[in-house]
Design a protein around this ligand. Structure first.
Ligand code: CMC
Length: 429
């Protein structure tokens, strides 16, 4: 950390604030003592310019389109690692050696079974309820089956077990939610399968017939999960961290993250992109009309899957996903007119002054839905897949809050309501 100082001047006084420098050279002013010294707070709606924490997990350079997990580039990890290695890396800080990986996979696989009563909870949901609503509820419910996890100050081994359980049971929960929405009987995890294989087996397998997941599908899902595995202090991760900072248990903190991810401006965008492309197809009125709608400030419509708070250049995940979409559809022999529409829309937007001036590029959600659809997932399930991928990141970031004993997250505000006034009895109002 450097010893540099930034000076803030106000009302004739100057306050020295330390400048913090990260390992990739970004700098920030630590203003945590500003209010104590000057009475001032900083105001930054949406935290557009506020670092909530230091973190050693994920690095993004939005201007250069760089994304690294623990120092490894997303391109390398997507090409050379598998999701279990990446989950280990995020949670434990280093890539596992062969023995550690084997041990990790066995441990995760061993804990995939969930309590039978989870079925009763799932049965209670209306048949058409959104899978993300179900997911948040059953993840939170895990806290009731493991009450010892409510104590977040237990020894490391006990905390590790909770993190392993969370990761392991997620595949079963997601698959059972899928089965629930289809009205089909639940499938049980098989310890002989790896993480992604097991998930696909429980999701698409049936009790009535043999099901062997297609290696093309396993690879595609694995890669998509890696690309979603962490993204530093985004909306859902910040939610997990702020909930975790109150010493709330891991399961409930993750459930809060699921709620944040669901929104269409965040993870829910992958569903919204396909809905938008389907509407464009149905409308048949050409692409320009939709570009114009997105640019019209009096119209709430936005080009879903475009733009990002941090990336002001191509989202590196979108580059990998775009290529994967072509490969997967090709290997599975599927031709989806929506993929062609997406490419056409991307080209139009990338050449439009409005999108150029605002540095709006396709993000991770622009092409992911096209792959999910080709693999047979229903649209409403897409954000569940995002959550499945993001889980190791949420766990790692929750662990970081816990390990560093970070203070409880509690932003300040500038109050703009009525000034203090006397109470008026109801008869006098
Ligand atoms: N379509 C049209 N205009 C846009 C879009 C878009 N998709 N995104 C941003 N803009 C405009 C926005 O209107 C604003 O214009 P102006 O400067 O004239 O007021 C400017 O670009 C800056 O946008 P912003 O809303 O201030 O940027 P933000 O950082 O607050 O929002 C965002 C980021 C991702 C919420 C936004 O770009 C958006 O709504 N995109 C569509 C939803 C989407 O694809 N979300 C997935 C994000 S990636 C996955 C994830 O991490 O969740």
């Amino acid at each position: 950390m450097s010893e540099e100082i930034a000076k803030i001047s106000y009302n004739g006084n100057t306050y020295d604030m330390p400048v913090v420098t990260g390992s990739e050279g970004e700098t920030g002013i630590n203003i945590s003592k500003l209010r104590g010294q000057s009475g001032l707070i900083t105001l930054d709606p949406g935290f557009k310019n506020t670092g909530s924490t230091t973190s050693s997990i994920t690095f993004i350079n939005g201007e250069a389109g760089v994304l690294n997990y623990r120092g490894y580039s997303i391109e390398d990890l997507a090409e050379k690692a598998d999701f279990m290695e990446v989950a280990y890396l995020l949670i434990n800080g280093e890539l596992p050696n062969a023995g550690q990986l084997d041990d990790w996979e066995k441990k995760v696989s061993y804990h995939t079974l969930v309590h039978e009563d989870i079925k009763k909870i799932l049965d209670a949901f209306p048949a058409k309820s959104h899978p993300m609503g179900q997911l948040g509820a059953v993840i939170n419910a895990l806290s009731t089956y493991y009450p010892e996890a409510l104590d977040t100050d237990r020894d490391q081994e006990a905390k590790d077990l909770t993190m392993t359980r969370m990761l392991a049971k997620m595949t079963t929960l997601c698959s059972w939610i899928y089965k629930n929405t289809q009205g089909h009987p639940y499938m049980y995890p098989q310890t002989k399968y790896g993480y992604v294989e097991n998930f696909l087996y429980m999701t698409f397998g049936h009790r009535t017939e043999e099901y062997v997941p297609d290696p093309v599908v396993i690879d595609a899902v694995d890669k998509l999960l890696i690309l979603h595995a962490d993204h530093e202090q985004n909306c859902s991760t910040s939610t997990v961290k702020i909930v975790g900072s109150s010493k709330a248990n891991l399961y409930s903190s993750i459930a809060a993250g699921v709620a944040a991810l669901w929104g269409p401006l965040h993870g829910g965008a992958n569903q919204a992109v396909i809905e938008m492309l389907e509407n464009i197809k149905k409308d048949g009125g050409g692409m320009q009309k939709w570009i114009d709608k997105a640019k019209d400030k009096s119209d709430p419509f936005r080009l879903m899957g475009f733009g990002h708070r941090v990336y002001k250049n191509f989202d590196p995940r979108a580059k990998v996903i775009k290529k994967a979409a072509d490969d997967v559809l090709d290997k599975l022999g599927i031709s989806d007119p929506v993929l062609e529409l997406a490419k056409e829309l991307e080209q139009k937007a990338l050449n439009d002054d409005y999108f150029i001036a605002r540095k709006l590029f396709p993000n991770v959600d622009f092409y992911s839905g096209i792959i999910y659809r080709a693999l047979g997932f229903p649209m409403e399930f897409f954000t569940v897949l995002f959550a499945l991928g993001r889980l190791p990141g949420w766990i790692a970031q929750w662990k970081e809050v816990n390990d560093l004993s970070l203070p409880i997250g509690r932003p300040r505000q500038i109050y703009t309501g009525p000034q203090s006034r006397p109470f008026v009895a109801v008869k006098d109002r």
